[in-house]
Unconditional design. Structure first.
Length: 610
């Protein structure tokens, strides 16, 4: 069946075919896999002994321009499956294309598209002629496993983008350049915020002292809100018995996203005595038919066990348990991305246990918390995605009637936000529907962050209850919520959102004092001491560099407030202020500056670099 695409998708899809045409002209031995359009452009995957370079991209792009200038027509050719096999072999692309042909369901139309000398197995659709491609750019080269499986051969992927006009392309490329400047991996390294080390493991973040300050400030901020909303803090271990997660359903529902179970020594010894083979052991691990432990993929089962550890009356509810809990998920190495896609991360997690009558208010409280977080950090441009179950899918657990109640509660609550929202069927968690927040940052990129989920099912699976006013047991409803989502991902986003220019309250170093000469060193040191005494993260630059170099270093370190002091300032008890956020009053009494900076910190004032 011919696939329907938007005009922009057709331009991008056609660009991927032009890319393949150009590559085969320059590298005739290349084997082709797939080349689809994406949300931001297009790519094509190639199997080639020659490793593409930046110089190659320039040559390929030049050849693409020639193909476009030839104004080649995109011609659709529909054939039988047998004819398709013959055509693929004739063009010498059977290595990957025959496998892609097998992916096409029996009975579906098999089609090729031809432009000039290039012929490709493709469902379409495309522009009519190559000259319709008005603005494109090749962007990068990356490795990509065939079908995304690390067990398969790694191919070379060339990424590009295309737009309907040159102005749109230029706007996107400018945004892309700004994104590169703000890349949290680059900024984080320059500022000394975090480190990833192969000896520790990819996807595992080492928080350096400055990054730890940012993380702790965020945790303190959210903790203050939790106290106001009467949450109770808990702590749980990093591993739990495998049976706990079999009861919850995380094993096997999320098995592909979990690390393999840790086998108990006694169980391993028993298997060895029984002469178990590696294959038997692997099968037992896959099915969970073995005693052992699991690196914690979720905090909720342990919070449920805390709830169940003592009896509860309806008068005790709601009970709100919160934890900055570290969890572990298996991600393929190709999917890892700095702090935003990791294998170990800490959630600002909480689970609320309430009655059905309390549910609406509890969801509302969670949404209010998310709004406070976003408002404080200047992330007020966001939309909401409501993820619902697919009634025809068997991946969801629990009573359909409870699902209906949960989805109705979520719909009702999200309407109060006053922001756009969409409903996506089939995107709910296996145990309940959820609200996800999609935030747009200062340069227009979208990020999926916090979540709120309603769950009638885990209380059933763990058989937890409270005593109602009728003195009978009743099942509580659970709400899962995480405004930040993950501290790692959220901090990575913040680094890029602010470009490393954190507002004063969040900055690792809030004030730096620069004496013009050693004659005022004592005065400068007294200022640093007084600021520190009042809880300000202040330092002094007392090295022998000239003032211009000291100012430059403070700018590179993205210190939000720099105080320059000379003999005149020392005599008058003043400071010359340089701020990364505004011009402000250049010279003022030190006490006046101190009052201002403490206000910025205590009120968590939002500051955006101008």
């Amino acid at each position: 069946m011919k696939e329907q695409m938007t005009p922009l998708e057709e331009i991008r899809h056609s660009s991927s075919h032009v890319l393949a045409t150009a590559v085969l002209r320059l590298f005739p031995d290349a084997k082709l896999d797939i080349g689809p359009p994406t949300d931001t452009g297009f790519y094509y995957d190639f199997d080639l002994d020659h490793k593409f370079t930046a110089d190659d991209l320039e040559k390929i792009e030049a050849e693409m321009k020639k193909v476009i200038k030839e104004n080649q027509r995109f011609e659709r050719i529909e054939v039988s499956r047998e004819e398709a096999v013959k055509m693929i072999k004739e063009i010498g692309q059977e290595t990957y294309k025959l496998g892609r042909l097998d992916d096409i369901p029996e009975g579906d139309q098999v089609s090729f598209y031809r432009n000039g000398e290039f012929l490709d197995l493709c469902a379409g659709s495309h522009v009519n002629y190559t000259k319709k491609i008005k603005a494109f750019k090749l962007l990068s080269i990356a490795g990509a496993y065939h079908r995304g499986d690390e067990k398969n051969k790694q191919l070379q992927r060339i990424y590009g983008t295309a737009f309907a006009s040159k102005d749109e392309l230029e706007t996107y490329l400018n945004q892309l350049e700004e994104s590169r400047k703000r890349d949290h991996r680059r900024v984080g390294k320059d500022m000394g915020l975090f480190h990833i080390d192969d000896a520790v493991g990819q996807g595992l973040i080492l928080w350096k002292p400055k990054g730890a300050i940012v993380r702790q400030e965020l945790q303190d901020f959210i903790s203050e809100q939790l106290i106001k909303q009467e949450y109770s803090q808990v702590f749980t271990p990093h591993i739990g018995k495998l049976g706990l997660y079999k009861t919850s359903g995380h094993f096997p529902y999320y098995q592909e996203s979990q690390f393999p179970p840790l086998i108990e020594r006694d169980s391993l010894a028993d298997l060895a005595e029984e002469g178990a083979t590696c294959s038997t052991l692997t099968n037992n691990l896959e099915t969970g038919d073995i005693e052992g432990y699991l690196l914690k993929p979720m905090n909720c089962p342990m919070h449920i066990k805390i709830f169940a550890s003592e009896p509860h009356s309806y008068r005790d509810l709601p009970i709100r348990l919160a934890e900055f809990g570290t969890v572990y998920r298996w991600e393929q190495s190709g999917e890892l991305n700095g702090m935003t896609r990791v294998r170990g991360f800490t959630q600002d997690d909480a689970h609320l246990f309430c009655t059905e009558e309390q549910l609406q208010d509890e969801i509302q409280g969670c949404l209010d918390l998310v709004k406070i977080v976003f408002g404080t950090l200047g992330m007020e441009d966001y939309s909401v995605r409501v993820s619902l179950r697919d009634p025809n899918s068997d991946k969801y657990v629990g009573d359909p009637a409870n699902w209906d109640k949960a989805e109705a509660a979520i719909r009702e609550a999200v309407k109060t936000l006053g922001v756009p929202f969409v409903e996506e069927e089939g995107e709910a968690a296996f145990y309940g529907p959820k609200i996800d927040f999609v935030v747009k940052d200062v340069i227009g990129r979208e990020w999926q962050l916090g979540t709120v989920q309603v769950d009638y099912n885990l209380p059933v699976r763990f058989d937890i209850s409270y005593t109602g006013s009728d003195n009978k047991p009743h099942r509580p409803v659970m709400v899962h919520r995480a405004p930040f989502g993950s501290m790692e991902r959220f901090c990575g986003l913040l680094i890029e959102h602010f470009g490393g220019d954190f507002p004063t309250w969040l900055a690792p170093e809030q004030v730096r004092v620069l004496p013009i000469s050693d004659k005022v060193r004592d005065y400068a040191e007294s200022l640093v001491s007084q600021l520190k005494a009042n809880g300000v993260r202040a330092t002094g630059d007392f090295n022998s560099d000239k003032l211009g170099a000291k100012i430059r270093n403070a700018e590179l370190d993205k210190v939000p407030n720099t105080l320059i002091v000379g003999e005149r300032e020392a005599e008058e008890g003043k400071v010359s202020v340089r701020s990364r956020f505004h011009d402000g009053k250049p010279t003022m009494l030190f006490e006046e500056f101190e009052t201002q900076v403490l206000q910025l910190i205590n009120e968590r004032t939002l500051q955006i670099k101008k």
